[in-house]
Design a protein around this ligand. Sequence first.
Ligand code: CEZ
Length: 786
Amino acid sequence: MTSFIESGQRFRLNDPTLAPNAASYLWNRKMMIQMNARGYAVSQYMDPEPRKYAHVPTIAAQTFMQPEQDYFPHHPGRFFYIRDNQSGDLFSAPYEPVRAKLDRFSFEPGLSDIRWVIEKDGVRVELRLDLPVEDVAEIWSVRITNLTGAKKSLSFVPFFPVGYSSWMNRGGHFDAALNTIVCTSVTPYQKVEQYFKNKALKDITFFAADRTPDYFEVAQVAFEGEGGLHNPSALQDGGHLGGGDASYENPAGIMQWDLSLGAGASEDFRLLFGPAFDKAEIAALTEKYINGALEPVQRDYDNYIRSGLGSLELHSPDEDLDHFVNYWLPRQVFYHGDTHRLTTDPQTRNYLQDGLGMIFIAPERTRTAILKTASQQFFSGKVPDGILLRPDTELKYINQIPHTDHAVWLVIATKAYIDETGDRAILEEKIAWTDSDEEATLYEHVTRALRFLASEVDDRNLPYIAQGDWCDPMNMVGYKGKGVSGWLAEASSHAMTTWADICRTENDGETADWLKHEAGKLNDSINRYLWDGSWYARGITDDGIAFGVEADTEGRIYLNAQSWAFLAGVPDPDKQASMLQAIDDQLDTPYGAAMFAPAYTAMRDDVGRVTQKWPGNGENGAVYNHAAAFYAASLYHIGEKERGFAVLSKMLTRPRAQDIKTRGQLPLYLPNYYRGAYYQYPRTAGRSSNLFNTGTASWYYRLVIEQLCGLRGDGDGVLIAPQPPAEWDRFSFKRLFRNATFKVEVNKDTALKAPVMTVNAAPIEGNRLKQVEAGQIYEVHIRLAW
Ligand code: CEZ
């Protein structure tokens, strides 16, 4: 049965063909590996910029993960051939590349390791992948067991391809002293100065084992021969590996052990795979992770992962949601907030929104992110497109494209941080600017960011979009300097109203009034220039054309332009009703609300690159979960909690075979999108990108904690206003809040006009506690009608 096991902390997939791209992932602050159920792998590490140590068999993108990662026979992976030397039969664990029909397949990703149990013809292969906390290395434990009553003669041949590491120089050899296959390369470059920079790179990928192999091979082509990976020539006819090196040939870590296993007997192996600068580093790593005890390494890594499992424990009628919210969601949030998505220059909006989730896991990290962002802000107030996490790095790729929305996220992250922690002192922190040593308080930094945002508007008082706002590839609406973003107008209005609350509590009524006034002006401009009759347009191009309107045959209605209008309080009730109707009619799908519809099927060069993506993929009309999370936030904001919960519920892959098959992923993370274009490309609708790098995770976690459970900071006190869906009659949750523990029981009582709350058995007026004492345990019982 394909299901959660170990009370939701592990998943079991028992059919390798149900969702061929199904995967899970492990990481530490220096590396990440996305491990596919069938054995394929995408892995990268920081050196100090993101790099690969196992490459596809041709030149590829080195730096970032792709949506809908396509696997193919020679894709990098971790493969284990087993040959029965009596029958000559060959199979490979976990499944690729032989794809033999297995007697048992079980892919069992856990919170801090990934396991498989594979059985074929009386042989069981148990695989386990662990990562260390501090080093870049994969630790593989393999147990081979003869399940039969008779002796078995087997050959065990792990095959770890390294691929096309360099067009300048790549090869490899077996180093007997290290008992390691050492695959060497020289990272290509042209500029002289690059030579000196590259000198420190880890240009070696090594494959080490805890016992001397009977045979080895380093050249992949020699291993494959004419047989190919499906039936490598080196293993045909009882053959053995040739002991060859790789000489400007794609190298691989390939070793062979011929085993004689008595009935029921097992053999254990430990293997190590990863990058290294030199043989000294290989020796150090193998000493630690091959010769050293493994249990402490596993325990430390499990502690690292569990340190990021957040502050909420949910017990609701929806067990799938509980497993996800209690383990896998905070894990995904922690990955983002602790590693910054393994980049050295995260996009500012990503950096701050990932911090938004960390508020509930390690708020001190959010505090650091907010202050670092302010320190890289321009004296003018402009917030940069990316944040440099290392002094020796630079803004790269999308961070070289001017986007105009980053101030919004500085406001939202700072307000959310203060609401959750009560740490108003952060506003007094003195920080300089990227282009001035003159220090100012964070309060001044954020306020000036909004003053800058308010100044970057056209004569309609609508904000310029330059080459993009939250939507990265919407790069041609305003590249001529006139186009404006309707979404940014709404988001700016929301941010200004949000910051006005902070200004008011900082007794800065003048700034608060100014912000309220500016927000009001924006809302007026939005209603005047962007209301299209039933919904709000997404923006106006350089040529003055409103887009995301009824008249458009493609990109007719944009979800973000409606959600953020709700968050900014722009529409009156009639407009709100017609917007919700339009979303239901045109954007809603079984997988969630699409970012816009219909998807573009042709380039609009007054909108940009987004229209060139495949219809329903990425931002081009997919169910882009980040935008769906914004929609859920806006629905809770306008009191549409049933709709809000429906959006959150639809975003989850359910542990049912049919949902896993349709979405093509396991219920272990939120992908950045599920394919959209529901009416244009129904066959692929709902298909997951399997890309777990997404700001959705933070927003989803925040909505579950602050809206569904409804326990959120409120000045020095706490507000407890649960908003459960109608189908629930009761639920409970435990929440760590400001170092106090809240155990909350919520029961439906349809007769009640207002919530009845007791705390530690004492009745409470309303649903707000004025003070929260650290170390205290608050037993809260709430009865309310819903
Ligand atoms: O990147 C994300 C960004 O990380 O796209 C979001 C944006 O808000 C996030 O900050 C929406 O545009 O460049 C592209 O075409 C890519 O599609 C990126 O826009 C996208 C990556 O796919 C990661 O999701």
